[in-house]
Structure formats: C-alpha cells, structure tokens
Design a protein around this ligand. Structure first.
Ligand SMILES: Cc1cc2nc3c(=O)[nH]c(=O)nc-3n(C[C@H](O)[C@H](O)[C@H](O)COP(=O)(O)OP(=O)(O)OC[C@H]3O[C@@H](n4cnc5c(N)ncnc54)[C@H](O)[C@@H]3O)c2cc1C
Length: 394
C-alpha cells in the first residue's frame, strides 16, 4: 500500500477493544500508519483470579491475532478439543471432536482482558501506531481523499479510512447515520466463574433446557466459566442468592460431570440481544465487530466474527493502494455481511429450536440426533464455526 503524505494516518480506528486493537496491530505490523482512538484507559495485566468475561477464539481468529506478532500467555489460555451439545433430558445429544473434524483443537478460551492486554502490549512495540486514549469522536466529515475526525479532547485527525470498532453502541455508526435492526431475546446470560474439585478437561459443553441453555467453558486448572441463560426474572432471583445458595442451585441444575464446586469467584449477568447494522460501510468509513453486528452468545461466535471482519479488512488494505477505496470497501461489505448474516441466522435458529415451544424442541432433538449420525455434516459445521472453508479439499 502507498503511504499517505498529507494525512495524519492511513487508517484511524475508533475503539481499542479486542477487535479494534487486533486490527491496529495487524495493520501497523504491516507498516501501515494507524491511529487508535479509545475512550477508556489502556488495559492492565491480570494475575490471580480469572476475569469474568472470557471468549473462545477459533482457528482463524488465533491465526489473525498471531499474524500481528502478538503472543498470548499460554498459562491463561485453555485449548479445547471437544464440544458436547445435548438436551438436559438426554433426548438429543451430539459430541464434536476436533480430531474428527480434521483439526488439532477447536481453539482456546481466553479472558477478554488478557487478549486485549496482549494486543496493546504488541502495539507498544509497533512504531507506526499512535494510541489516543481517554477521548472519543465528536464529529466526522469526508472529502474524496480524506476523512476528518474531530475528537472531544480538541484534537482533529485526518485519515484515508476511519474504522468503527467501538462496540454495540457505536458512536461512529451513529455519526455516520447508519441504523441497525435489533431483536431482544428476553433472556439474560449469567456468567459465573467457579473453582471445582475436578480439573476441567479439554471439553466445552452446553445443555439445552426449556428456559435456555446452560454451558460450561473450561479454564486452566480447577476452574470453569459457567453460563446460565434464563429469563430476566429467574436470573435476577439467582443473582440475589448468596454464594452457598448459588452453588447449590448450580449443583442441582448442572450435570454431575461438573463435579463439586469449591468457590464462586465472580458473577454478573448480561441481556441477550441481536443487532445488525443496515450498512457496514460509508464514504471512507467501515464498521467491524460489535459495531456492525451482535449475535446471540450461545455459540461463542461474536468476537470470532468480529476478528474475521478485521482479518478480511486488513488483507484488503494491505494488498490495496488506498484503504478508503470505494470498490475495496464494497468487497469487504459483501464478504462479511454474507458470513455474518449466516451466523446470525444459525444462532437464532439454535435459540428458537431449543428454547421454543415443545414441537420446535422436538425438532431440535431430531437435529442433534441426525448431526450425531452424519460425520460429514458434523465436520462441515465445525469447520464453518472455526472460520475455515469446509469445501476446501485437504
Ligand atoms: C455473555 C457473553 C458471552 C460471550 N462469549 C463469547 C465467546 O465465547 N466467543 C466469542 O467469540 N464472543 C463472545 N461474546 C461476544 C464478544 O464478547 C463480543 O462480540 C466482543 O467483545 C466484541 O468486541 P469489540 O471489540 O467489537 O467490542 P467491545 O468489546 O465492546 O469494545 C469496544 C471498545 O470501544 C471503546 N469505545 C466505545 N465507545 C467509544 C467511543 N465513542 N470512542 C472511543 N472508544 C470507544 C470501548 O471502551 C471498548 O474498548 C460474548 C458476549 C456475551 C454478552
């Protein structure tokens, strides 16, 4: 890519969360001049107890993060090789194994803050990135050759492309006049970090109940992150329980394979919604990550598809001549909207099949039975979920 002479940066990214920081690291690793605008402080390192927010990173996301020269602390990463999906009453069951899908593992679980911190550490060593913290955009205008971004600290930046990675309530999306379609699942996801008598193995499991799924995501050692989806009322009632009572509630609902709980480390709950921006692009502007789409978290794909947006955009920018080129931005939108729409539809059907009325749940059971009996379908589903092309010959 040719360097911009008259602009402050080739690319300005608003939002230094996991997706924005990953794009900044990848582009500046390739020598592109980047400005990263973050309204908060730079992330701080974690030690001791595990943070509440954790995410799965699939093969494509991991490869993208590593392509920027970022290293993740192995001791806080938990690889997983199996995914067990079942109905709580045992009427439907499917076990996915990485080996059967032609992969070594399905990826890792990592704390959001550990990933964000590792990316920001990498940024510190990259000379072509400048981080502007404790500030946010006030306004933006575009010409044929540049975008100007006015920040609330009095600074003005000019760039050839501005990228909104500022999360579900994106200011940049609003400033660009891009609206969203949204849907409320009328559910909350309660996340509970626990310590257990048994060490976790390399498996993540999810059981569907008529009120919502319950899931166990493994963390290194004798730790796990539990996710309990339920109505707002039931979740608030559970949040009011003391640790002893919450442990009993978990032990009476979660399968015995979880083992005995020894400690509740942390807990919080989040509303479950989906949202999709009507457009991902504008004049010299692109949206990525949660700024562009929010999916039901039950399949653990929200961050992954955000990182895949960043990966696609980075490749187009690195191999192009102008990062704000209209044709290039259209190519980005075409590729990513199709993939993200498919993920939104898949997670939506999972939700309705397993949490809907009884006939739908019976259909859900049947689909698990069929999947279990069709190794080819299982392999394709897992490769798709890992951001790999299931139709590519090995
Ligand atoms: C319960 C739950 C479980 C989940 N589990 C998984 C999982 O296992 N796997 C997975 O792939 N995904 C998962 N997700 C989804 C994942 O957490 C999100 O998709 C991901 O955090 C989005 O990252 P982001 O960088 O796009 O946005 P954010 O994480 O929201 O980051 C946005 C950044 O922009 C900054 N910002 C905001 N506004 C401004 C502004 N005006 N100016 C400057 N900076 C600004 C913020 O401070 C922040 O740093 C889960 C989500 C939930 C709710």
């Amino acid at each position: 890519m040719q360097r911009a002479k008259q602009q402050d940066h080739d690319v300005v990214i608003v939002g230094g969360g996991m997706v924005g920081a990953a794009l900044a690291a990848r582009l500046s690793h390739a020598g592109i001049s980047v400005g990263l605008v973050e309204r908060g402080s730079p992330p701080t390192p974690l030690s001791g107890d595990y943070d509440l927010r954790i995410s799965s990173l699939n093969a494509r996301s991991l490869a993208f993060v590593k392509a920027s020269g970022t290293t993740l602390p192995e001791e806080r990463c938990c690889p997983f090789r199996h995914i067990d999906v079942a109905n709580q009453d045992g009427s439907g069951h499917s076990l996915f194994s990485a080996q059967d899908s032609g992969m070594d593992d399905f990826g890792i679980f990592i704390e959001n803050r550990t990933l964000q911190y590792a990316l920001w550490q990498r940024l510190e060593h990259l000379p072509s990135v400048t981080c502007y913290t404790h500030c946010a955009p006030l306004s933006t205008i575009s010409s044929s050759t540049a975008r100007i971004l006015e920040l609330d600290n009095g600074k003005t930046l000019s760039t050839r492309l501005i990228v909104g990675a500022d999360g579900a309530r994106s200011t940049l999306r609003e400033l660009a006049g891009i609206s969203v379609s949204s849907y409320d699942y009328h559910q909350r996801a309660m996340i509970i970090n626990v310590e257990t008598e048994l060490p976790q193995q390399d498996i993540s499991w999810q059981y569907f109940t008529p009120t919502g799924p319950i899931a166990m995501l493994p963390l290194p050692g004798q730790r796990a992150s539990l996710v309990w989806y339920d109505s707002h009322e039931a979740t608030h009632a559970r949040e009011a329980l003391d640790d002893e009572a919450l442990m009993s509630a978990i032990e009476s609902t979660y399968p015995k394979r979880l083992g005995k709980l020894t400690r509740i480390v942390a807990r919080a709950s989040f509303p479950v919604k989906r949202q999709h921006a009507k457009r991902y692009i504008g004049k010299r502007l692109a949206l990525i990550g949660d700024a562009a789409h929010v999916v039901h978290p039950l399949a653990g794909q929200g961050l992954n598809i955000g990182l895949h947006d960043a990966d696609t955009l980075a490749e187009l920018i690195i191999n192009g001549s102008d990062p704000g080129d209209k044709v290039m931005l259209h190519r980005f939108e075409c590729q990513r909207r199709l993939a993200n729409q498919a993920m939104i539809a898949a997670t939506d059907s999972f939700h309705h099949l397993f949490t809907g009325a009884k006939p739908l749940r019976q259909l859900g059971d049947l689909s698990l039975h069929l999947t279990e009996r069709l190794p080819f379908a299982k392999r394709m589903m897992m490769q798709q979920a890992n951001g790999l092309n299931p139709f590519k010959m090995r």
